[in-house]
Design a protein around this ligand. Structure first.
Ligand SMILES: [Zn+2]
Length: 190
C-alpha cells in the first residue's frame, strides 16, 4: 500500500480522506482473511493458525496474494484448487482441533475484529460483526460504544444476532431487540 508523506497543512482534507480510504481497505482485506481462516478451520477441522498457514502456503505456491485467495474462499462454494492441493500435499502439517476450540477461536477472532472496527469508527456507533461461533456468519449488529464497552469488559462474552447462539456451548446472558450477549461455557467464571 503506497502512503504519502505527512501533509504540510494539517487541514489537508484530501490527505486525510485518502488515509481513511487506505485504512478501510486494509481492514476489509483483514476481515476477508479472517473469515477465510474461519471457514477453512470449520471445513477441515483445523485450528485458526493452521488454517492461516494453509492459506499462506497455497497463496505462495501459486504466486497469489493472500487476500485474493482468501476472497475466493469466502465467495466460492467449492474450496479453491490451490487450497486443496496444499492441504493434500501438507496434510500432516495442518493439525485438527476440537469443535469447542474452533468455536472459541471464532468468537475471539470476531471480537478482535470488532476492536479494530471500533478504532476505525473512533467512538461513533456503527455496524459491528456478529461474534457468533459460526465462521460463515457475516451479519452485522449496530452497537454504540457503551454496548461495546460492556461487551468487552470480560473474557468469554460476545455480542451476537439473536438466535445465533450455540446451545450446548454458550449461555445467553442478555437479549434486546438488536442483539444478544452470550457467554462461552468453556471459560471459568467467578
Ligand atoms: Zn452470527
Amino acid at each position: 500500500m503506497a502512503t504519502r508523506e505527512m501533509p504540510e497543512r494539517p487541514d489537508d482534507v484530501f490527505f486525510w480522506r485518502e488515509r481513511a480510504a487506505q485504512l478501510e481497505e486494509a481492514l476489509q482485506s483483514r476481515i476477508v482473511i479472517e473469515q477465510a481462516k474461519g471457514i477453512l478451520a470449520e471445513r477441515f477441522g483445523l485450528g485458526l493458525e493452521g488454517s492461516f498457514g494453509l492459506i499462506r502456503h497455497a497463496a505462495r505456491s501459486n504466486r497469489m496474494k493472500i487476500h485474493v485467495l482468501a476472497r475466493a474462499v469466502t465467495t466460492e462454494r467449492e474450496t479453491p484448487k490451490p487450497i486443496v492441493r496444499s492441504l493434500a500435499a501438507q496434510a500432516h502439517v495442518f493439525v485438527a482441533v476440537s469443535r469447542e476450540q474452533r468455536v472459541a477461536d471464532t468468537e475471539k477472532l470476531f471480537k478482535d475484529l470488532n476492536l479494530s472496527i471500533a478504532e476505525l469508527l473512533d467512538g461513533k456507533s456503527g455496524g459491528f460483526l456478529c461474534e457468533c461461533g459460526n465462521p460463515l456468519c457475516n451479519e452485522t449488529i449496530d452497537l454504540d460504544p457503551e454496548d461495546l464497552k460492556m461487551l468487552h469488559s470480560r473474557d468469554g462474552f460476545y455480542a451476537i444476532i439473536v438466535g445465533h447462539q450455540i446451545p450446548d456451548l454458550e449461555t445467553v446472558v442478555m437479549e434486546n431487540d438488536r442483539f444478544a450477549i452470550v457467554r462461552n461455557n468453556g471459560y471459568a467464571f467467578d
